[in-house]
Ligand binder design. Structure first.
Ligand code: F6R
Length: 612
């Protein structure tokens, strides 16, 4: 949610910190701040607003020094004001820190600290940490930080510095990601690899409980028991272009347009044409163990939960295993009966979503085998899972998730294929091969759908003034209706709802009139004739219909019934969501642009929800 970056080296810290913050801004953008050790003490600039505004402030009143910390905030405790922006300091101004996460016992700590004479100047939970560090015993900053952290409950990813120890940063992690970027004669610390990618590809991911000390001479990492640990140095696989706009107006549009490539990348090296099967080397579920899987539980939030709903169809049909799809935020608080026959799969683009991570931990406590379908390599979910499938879709910067969704469906199809082919009575060779060929053909079909962008833009002009939109779909395309509605509401602020088409007559039909556009997701599949009946019910009530349907329906099928239609090529029925969602992503994008919305920074949202 919030973004953290720190630097220590030979160069001026401010430009490096600001460019790191700009890369992290998609994680939170209501306020920003920076602190630098200038040789005499700590100097701070912060404001309510964006990184660009902070840049202007640092130009007007420059700060100099080769060691500093910076933060871009998504408010949790305390309004997004200048006072509440990070970095936060103690009473003396000797200690400053930036923090992601939530200190759950902040209120209790604050009262105790105030009684002891500390003066608080902000409403944030983070400020308690600064005062705890001030009071903590210890000769050096790392001892003080460790002693302060021993008193807090909750989650943190933080970086602290002290005026008394120039040339030192202390970073710590529990529940909120922190990584070190190892450069030539310089070190970075950040909450997200995109902040350091410009400078180094070598990163060290901190584990929960780790505390790292960074100086110009190097870094050390101690674990929760204060033992020095040699953490692995990982090589980042992403290119710099992947986190740049590359000529597109917005990251969301860039990522929508990338999907022929990202789907291909999720498939790369994983299709076995002769065997009609999938190779999933990181799954850690040997063929012999597939027979023991009695139930699958898919866990996720938001768009990833929608992908799970598609996954249920894929896994039940291909592998013949019963599947439950759960909101991670609900699942984590329900007692789970112990059962080693259950495989719980956490689906997450970022691999850091707090609820999904906790749901995965709850599943582990219930004795389930725990897998992850994750995009970000090295993320917490990826590292804590017993195995899984990486999406390899490249960084997703747009706050509204797009390319992750299609790759998640593809990964779930690969998993269905893998399980189906390794379970007795599962998928036959011809059916397996049929799916393998259909998967292999998807990137080209994605490209063909995206080539219709101009048509979608024209449709967006028709719908941009709507106040409400209803999205309807059935079967494997019901989750696509949910996803289309989510995309529209989160970036254009139009109220939208997704519903199973046949459920419409049990309530939502009361809403239908000429002012309620209805978008049907209706490829030609087994339920197509039923969905056409639902269209007729809408038409009879004066509703305006847009249909996402399949080539070969022929316009005549729906002529007179629908007001607009967008056609996607036919594919394997289980894979149609990969295609039907594309016009809906583009539609939401163009409507948001037409309404003047900030597509990549929708209000109140931030990428990667690392708080509950
Ligand atoms: C919607 C969106 C969110 C995320 C959700 C889960 O466009 O981006 O609903 O899908 O916050 O995030 P991940 O997949 O990172 O766990």
């Amino acid at each position: 949610m919030c973004g953290i970056v720190g630097y220590i080296g030979k160069h001026e810290a401010v430009p490096l910190l600001l460019s790191g913050l700009a890369r992290l801004e998609y994680r939170g953008y209501d306020s920003a701040g920076i602190a630098v050790q200038n040789g005499c003490g700590l100097e701070i600039r912060k404001l309510a607003g964006r990184v660009d505004a902070l840049r202007l402030v640092t130009q007007a009143t420059p700060l100099h020094g080769c060691c500093g910390i910076a933060h871009t905030r998504w408010a949790t405790h305390g309004a997004p004001t200048e006072r509440n922006a990070h970095p936060h300091v103690d009473c003396t101004g000797r200690f400053a820190l930036v923090h992601n996460g939530i200190i759950e016992n902040a209120d209790v700590l604050r009262v105790a600290l105030q009684r002891a004479g500390h003066r608080f100047t902000t409403e944030t939970d983070t400020e308690t940490l600064a005062h705890l560090i001030e009071d903590a015993p210890g000769e050096v900053l790392e001892e003080r930080v460790a002693a302060a952290l021993a008193q807090v409950e909750g989650t943190y990813g933080l970086v602290a510095m002290s005026a008394a120890e120039p040339g030192k940063l202390v970073a710590a992690r529990r529940g909120s990601p922190v990584l070190l970027g190892i450069g030539d004669d310089e070190l970075f610390v950040a909450s997200d690899a995109s902040a350091v990618l410009e400078h180094t590809r070598s990163v060290v991911y901190l584990d929960d409980g780790d505390l790292a000390v960074l100086t110009p001479e190097g870094y050390t990492v101690r674990d929760a028991e204060a033992h020095v640990q040699l953490r692995t140095v990982n090589a980042l696989a992403w290119d710099l272009e992947a986190i740049e706009l590359g000529g597109h107006a917005h990251f969301m549009l860039k990522e929508i347009c990338e999907q022929a490539e990202t789907v291909k990348s999720t498939l790369r090296g994983r299709l076995l044409f002769d065997e009609g099967a999938a190779r999933l080397s990181g799954l850690n579920l040997p063929p012999s163990a597939c027979a023991e899987v009695r139930r699958i539980c898919l866990l996720g939030c938001g768009t990833s939960w929608h992908a799970g709903l598609v996954g249920r169809h894929l896994l039940e049909e291909l592998a013949g295993v019963p599947v439950h799809v759960e909101y991670a935020s609900e699942y984590r608080y329900r007692p789970q009966p112990p059962d080693p026959g259950v495989v719980a799969i956490a689906i997450s683009q970022s691999g850091e979503t707090a609820d999904t991570l906790e749901a995965m931990r709850a599943a582990r406590r219930a004795g389930h085998r725990v897998l992850g379908i994750v995009n970000v390599v090295g993320s917490t979910i990826a590292r804590e899972a017993d195995g899984g499938v990486y999406l390899h879709a490249g960084p997703e910067i747009g706050v509204a998730s797009t390319k992750a969704f299609t790759s998640q469906i593809v990964a779930l199809a690969l998993l269905g294929l893998y399980l189906g082919r390794h379970r007795e009575g599962g998928l036959s060779l011809p059916r397996g091969q049929e799916l393998v060929w259909a998967l292999a053909g998807l990137p080209e079909l994605v490209r063909r759908v995206l080539a219709q962008a101009a048509q979608v833009e024209a449709l967006a002009r028709e719908l941009a003034a709507a106040r409400n939109v209803l999205y309807l779909g059935r079967g494997v395309n019901f989750p696509v209706a949910l996803e289309g509605a989510l995309k529209l509401k989160e970036i254009s602020y139009i109220h939208a709802e997704g519903y199973p088409a046949a459920e419409m007559k049990h309530g939502p039909i009361a809403l239908i009139d000429a002012d309620m556009p209805v978008v049907f997701v209706a490829p030609r599949d087994a339920v197509f004739p039923k969905v056409v009946s639902n269209m007729q019910e809408v038409k009879a009530r004066g509703g305006r219909i847009t249909a996402i349907t399949t080539d070969g329906n022929g316009r005549s099928d729906l002529t007179g019934l629908v007001d607009h239609q967008l056609q996607v090529p036919a594919t394997h029925p289980l894979l149609s969501p990969v295609l039907t969602v594309l016009p809906l992503q583009l539609l939401a994008y163009h409507i948001a642009v037409l309404r003047g919305c900030d597509v990549d920074r929708p209000r109140n949202l931030a990428k990667s929800v690392t708080v509950e």
